[in-house]
Design a protein around this ligand. Structure first.
Ligand SMILES: C[S@@+](CC[C@H](N)C(=O)[O-])C[C@H]1O[C@@H](n2cnc3c(N)ncnc32)[C@H](O)[C@@H]1O
Length: 268
């Protein structure tokens, strides 16, 4: 199917024909638990291709005040208003994602990427990058499946996703979801893509610790700016486009200015 065929009318017809097999009737569990873990209720959150917008409802009920579900067509968003009449109507965005121009802290992906014609995937990544504030995150689920030309949904693999996202979202990760709903178990990847902030060169003394750990090839633990922790063995320190990075033994790469502390795990 060509991108033009998957237009607002196509999706509107599917909703009015009651042909919406993607609709799981509640917030997708990986996204719901991600939202449960966020503490800043003022984050600006965009949910493109939101459909009946269960994730927007979940966020709203958790107390998030700047949630913007977007869809080509109003009908599914009206279903949100029926379930949740106090959701701010002014936050419903009806229109084409690719024409939208605002800035967000978080964008949630849930069966929107796989609904787009695959020829639009590069444009999707570029537009997500544009809509995020520096340091903002695109998170959500992508299907891990053999690419199928007949969709939607259109499949994809980690290798394809990595080559699409890595240039604009270095360090992007695709981890197997552990909390998918039963029919999707084993088929979902948790996407986490952070828009880089301007690089802040790290202090020389701090750099010495990275060098020592890389030389000793010992396991170290890092506290990261986003509050998460990582553990690994540094195998390389390098500069790419004026940004200092380390590469871990598992192949992942971390910007040095994302690290706020580095230590040896207890007992090593
Ligand atoms: C497969 S459905 C997923 C809906 C919802 N995320 C869910 O999981 O129930 C894809 C949705 O994306 C919307 N959509 C497709 N292309 C779009 C575009 N270019 N701009 C905005 N919405 C779009 C469709 O109208 C549809 O509601």
């Amino acid at each position: 199917m060509s991108p033009e065929k998957l237009d607002a009318r196509y999706w509107d017809d599917r909703y009015s024909d009651g042909d919406a097999p993607w609709d799981i009737g509640s917030a997708s569990t990986p996204l719901a638990s991600y939202l449960d873990g966020l503490t800043d209720k003022n984050l600006r959150i965009l949910i493109p291709g939101a459909g009946r917008a269960y994730e927007a409802e979940h966020a709203h009920r958790l107390g998030f005040t700047h949630v913007f579900p977007m869809d080509f067509t109003l009908a599914p968003l009206e279903a949100l208003m029926e379930r949740c009449p106090d959701f701010p109507r002014a936050h419903l965005l009806v229109g084409d994602f690719f024409a939208h121009d605002e800035r967000y802290d978080v964008i949630l992906e849930q069966t929107f990427f796989c609904a787009l014609d695959p020829s639009l995937r590069g444009k999707y990544v570029q537009h997500m990058h544009k809509l995020l504030k520096p340091g903002g995150k695109l998170v959500g689920v992508l299907f891990d499946s053999v690419p199928n030309p007949v969709g939607p949904p259109f499949g994809g693999t980690v290798d394809e996703y990595r080559s699409l996202f890595e240039p604009l979202f270095p360090g992007v990760s695709f981890e197997r979801c552990y909390n998918s709903i039963a029919p999707r178990a084993g088929r979902e990847l948790w996407l986490k893509a952070t828009k880089p902030t301007a690089y802040e060169p790290i202090d020389c003394n701090f750099y010495d610790h990275f060098e020592a750990a890389a030389t000793l090839k010992e396991t170290v633990r890092f506290g990261l700016r986003d509050g998460s922790e990582r553990e690994g063995i540094i195998v390389d320190l390098f500069v790419r486009e004026h940004i200092e990075w380390m590469r871990l033994k598992d192949g992942s790469e971390i910007r040095l200015d994302e690290v706020i502390d580095l230590r040896r795990p207890k007992g090593t």
